[in-house]
Design a protein around this ligand. Structure first.
Ligand SMILES: C[S@@+](CC[C@H](N)C(=O)[O-])C[C@H]1O[C@@H](n2cnc3c(N)ncnc32)[C@H](O)[C@@H]1O
Length: 244
């Protein structure tokens, strides 16, 4: 079992271990990794192949193009990770068929403290290994990547910035897009005038309440225009809150 004080722990199963930590070794996530605010363990799926050629895939039953990752090899890798690093609280297979990743799910994963991420390749993974190991399928979006590694990196970057102590200013995390169910308001910085374009007056008024009201109105309008799906949810949430 994971102690509530243990750092967030990510276990990766991949055929390309050299892709990790990749971009997560840089910037704030990289510093946090170095200082132990989160932990990363990477296993090569190929190390769990048993034949002399270290075969991990085979042709699909029923015919068709491409290759499929074998159930025995994938299951051995998931079990091997549990033996070496402890069973992860959430076990995920990155897959275009999965539920689409969103901020609420990222928050759930950070709260769970440990996650195993299986990165597929080729046509994907034999269904029996997914079923036997209880892997949840999670997608980065409605498009097809060549492998799960980039999706795993994106998911982990979203997770690591929510770990207390990783971001310089914790308050920014609460104000960002999706954290309040809205897209974020527009930002401005110096110079106050640039190529004939000005910063909205209210932002230089020094009147905090008016600034907050302007930002909220902008966030609501942007969400209504660009993401009617989120806007509808946000409105339902407000109605429920008012009732409660
Ligand atoms: C070429 S894809 C396989 C696509 C699969 N044959 C299909 O049509 O659903 C190879 C691997 O990339 C990963 N992958 C591709 N697109 C993804 C996405 N949108 N989100 C998460 N992982 C993805 C998965 O791990 C998948 O097993």
């Amino acid at each position: 079992m994971t102690s509530p004080l243990a750092p967030f722990h990510a276990q990766i199963l991949t055929l390309f271990p050299e892709m990790f930590p990749g971009p997560l070794g840089a910037a704030l996530a990289g510093k946090a990794l170095e200082s132990g605010l989160w932990k990363l363990d990477v296993l090569n799926i190929r190390d769990f192949a048993t034949d002399k050629h270290r075969t991990v895939d085979d042709t699909p039953y029923g015919g068709g193009a491409g290759m499929v990752l074998r159930p025995d090899v994938v299951a051995a890798a998931v079990r091997g990770a549990a033996q070496q690093f402890g069973s992860a609280a959430r076990k995920i297979y990155l897959s275009p068929r999965g539920r689409v990743l969103d901020q609420a799910f990222v928050e759930e994963l950070v709260a769970a403290r440990s996650v195993l991420l299986l990165c597929g390749r080729y046509e994907g993974v034999d269904q029996r290994a997914l079923d036997a190991e209880g892997l949840e399928e999670v997608s980065l979006g409605d498009f097809v990547l060549a492998g799960g590694e980039v999706a795993a990196l994106a998911l982990l970057e979203a997770c690591t910035r929510l770990i207390p102590g990783v971001m310089g200013n914790e308050a920014t995390v609460d104000e960002e897009s999706f954290s309040q169910g809205l897209l974020e308001y527009p930002h401005y910085t110096r110079p106050a005038q640039w190529e004939g374009r000005e910063v909205p007056d209210v932002l230089i008024s020094g009147h905090h309440e008016k600034v907050n009201a302007w930002r909220l109105a902008q966030a609501q309008e942007l969400t209504r225009q660009r993401r009617p799906d989120l806007w509808e949810k946000a409105q339902k949430g407000t109605k429920t809150e008012k009732k409660g």
